[in-house]
Design a protein around this ligand. Structure first.
Ligand code: FAD
Length: 310
């Protein structure tokens, strides 16, 4: 794993660095590669462009780790506005939403989990009204249990709600077995947070091997696997496993992040695969951007150069 990954992920939690960067206009160029805009109108425009290219979309209103109830409500309002706009533009069959529970107040002391559940239920209700679905993003291991519990609760009324599992966590093979059932939508990713080695694999090859173990379970299961990776080896293995289990395109999907391997996204879609692009939008891009830089420290050179030339 890159020597820079840990320090960059540590910076992703620094309010001081965040405040300095957000005030620096030149960071915009780097941000735009991964975050195409700040407003609902930007999100809907990009969703329309990707849909016109034959791609599906999941939209994430950026924000996380809030301890402010008013901020939690602002996030719910933003999703309401987005879902209404998607329905109005006729995009709800192509675009769903991704939601982080810590943006809804999960980490608030005492009643955080209850608040996050109720707020997520409001978003699921709005999504169903609009004709689309919600996937609950997975965050650091500190909230894995709480997140899976809330997804379980949400699925009582909204069984279409998607879950996310991270192959780097030691527990995930077992979570895959639990979730590989009928009607279950599971996004499998490697995992983007800095995790200690008693809970997570830290060697990239171990993480990839664990990803394959998880893929085997999900592809053999009765649910709907969402293969979220840009890793060419894993994409090939996922395709082979889908074929081995007689899965046709549309009974699973590939997912990639906005701005990463866009040609591969279109190549897979042209081959007849369902491909969904994760599009984050909004002003609170700092944590998201730092996780993307941590995955690709070579992007840091570009980033640092833009700061020096300020
Ligand atoms: P890597 O080995 O990191 O990358 C493979 C190749 O992809 C690289 O060689 C490079 O060519 C390209 N690439 C990867 N990252 C970058 C980058 N930043 N810039 C440029 N090129 C790059 N993580 C979570 O913890 N929780 C979530 O809820 C979550 N949701 C996700 C949803 C989607 C749709 C996707 C695609 C990822 C999500 N992730 C999430 C992030 C994921 O966990 C990984 O951190 C991320 O996808 C990088 O891993 P990789 O599988 O692409 O493999």
């Amino acid at each position: 794993m890159s020597l820079l990954r840990e320090p960059i992920l540590a910076l992703s939690r620094s309010d001081r660095v965040r405040d300095a960067l957000v005030r620096t206009p030149v960071t915009r160029g780097v941000v735009e590669r991964y975050v195409p805009g700040e407003t609902t109108a930007d999100a809907v425009r990009v969703a329309g462009e990707l849909a016109a290219d034959g791609l599906h979309v999941t939209l994430d209103h950026l924000g996380e780790d809030t301890l402010d109830v008013a901020q939690s409500w602002a996030t719910v309002d933003a999703y309401h506005e987005l879902l209404t706009a998607l329905a109005d533009e006729g995009l709800a069959h192509r675009a769903e939403v991704s939601v982080k529970l810590t943006a809804l107040g999960l980490a608030l002391p005492d009643d955080g989990p209850q608040l996050a559940l109720e707020q997520a239920q409001r978003i699921c209700r709005a999504a169903r009204r609009a004709g689309t679905t919600v996937t609950i993003d997975m965050e650091s291991h500190a909230v894995t249990d709480a997140t899976l519990m809330i997804v379980h609760e949400l699925r009582r009324d909204f069984p279409e709600t998607g879950a996310v599992l991270q192959s780097y966590l030691h527990r995930t093979v077992s979570d895959c077995r639990t979730l590989a059932h009928e009607d279950s939508r599971v996004r499998l990713c490697k995992g983007a947070y800095a995790e200690p080695d008693d809970v997570a694999h830290t060697d990239p090859e171990d993480i990839a091997r664990a990803y394959v173990r998880c893929l085997k379970i999900l592809m053999a299961g009765a649910g709907y696997p969402m293969v979220a990776t840009h890793d060419p080896r894993l994409i090939e293995i996922a395709s082979a496993l889908a074929a081995r289990h007689g899965r046709r395109p549309g009974t699973y999907e590939f997912q990639m992040l906005y701005g990463i391997r866009p040609d591969e996204q279109r190549r897979l879609a042209e081959r007849g695969e369902t491909v969904r692009v994760y599009v984050p939008y909004g002003a609170q891009w700092y944590g998201y951007l730092m996780r993307r830089l941590a995955e690709r420290p070579s992007n840091l050179t570009l980033f640092a150069r833009s700061l020096v030339s300020t």
